[in-house]
Design a protein around this ligand. Structure first.
Ligand SMILES: Cc1cc2nc3c(=O)[nH]c(=O)nc-3n(C[C@H](O)[C@H](O)[C@H](O)COP(=O)(O)O)c2cc1C
Length: 236
């Protein structure tokens, strides 16, 4: 194996039905200390001038994690724009997010419950053609999926976007350092999706507690080198 340390790390960090209980116990036992989540120096920060408000500022102010979903399906145009946050603009390169060596290790799938034209389907998002391929098996129902997500939401989201990574696209070039790069890229995609959801007036929240093996099976990727990165619930 070319990158044994990254392999061991991803194995140790994968969530499954066995380590889930221990994680839940740990999370509920966690008590935040008094520390502020910023660095502190003897001198107070010097105030910066008021910046001119940019389109990015307006989006950033709009973005927040939303866990209540309405009954309206995600309209097709907004769904297209949401996935389009990860699209390639000129051939396979030039995407919203940077990727180490232009090796683009992140792939997106959409498990659809209420999406105009696609409800009940699992879709692979092709970022180069900005199109979707429907997988042969139907999407698992929301009722079956919800208890396994490890988060609380109200209502039914329109879809769960599942981001997976193919680490060897990057580790083949960068070795163990590439493992770090792959996760950084996934984080950049997460942010693009979050901002695109805000721009489209969609609600959304990252679902960090997906069980890896089970989702890779659902996506037909269990016999590949794919690893789960994150889920993103989106809806109206
Ligand atoms: C990697 C990651 C995993 C997350 N997983 C969850 C999750 O499983 N459940 C949840 O309700 N929120 C999850 N969140 C959302 C955070 O709780 C949220 O971003 C944080 O509380 C800050 O709030 P804001 O997004 O509204 O600014 C996750 C966020 C990140 C970045």
């Amino acid at each position: 194996m070319a990158t044994p340390f990254f392999h061991d790390f991803t194995e140790a960090a994968a969530l499954d039905e066995f380590n889930l209980v221990e994680l839940a116990r740990r999370m509920s036992a966690f008590e935040p200390g008094p520390e502020e989540l910023r660095l502190s120096y003897p001198t107070a920060p010097t105030a910066l001038g008021r910046p001119r408000t940019s389109a990015l500022d307006r989006l950033a102010a709009k973005r927040s994690s939303q866990r209540e979903f309405g009954v309206r399906p995600i309209p097709g145009g907004r769904f297209s724009a949401l996935l389009g946050a990860a699209r390639a603009w000129d051939g396979p390169g030039h995407r919203t997010h940077p990727a180490a060596g232009g090796r683009y290790a992140v792939e997106l799938f959409a498990v659809c419950w209420a999406v105009e034209g696609w409800s009940g389907r699992i879709l692979y998002y092709d970022p180069v053609d900005h199109g979707v391929v429907a997988l042969p098996d139907p999407a698992p129902t929301w009722a079956d999926t919800y208890p396994q997500l490890g988060l609380t939401v109200d209502g039914t989201p329109g879809c769960l976007l599942v981001a997976v990574v193919f680490p060897e696209r990057v580790t083949a070039k960068y070795g163990e350092l590439g493992g770090r790069f792959v996760l950084l890229e996934a984080g950049a995609v997460m942010q693009s999706l979050s901002l695109a959801a805000a721009a489209q007036g969609l609600r959304g929240v990252v679902a960090g507690g997906l069980q890896e093996r089970s989702w890779l099976r659902t996506l037909g990727l269990d016999q590949t080198s794919a690893r789960l990165a994150f889920g993103y619930l989106a809806g109206t």
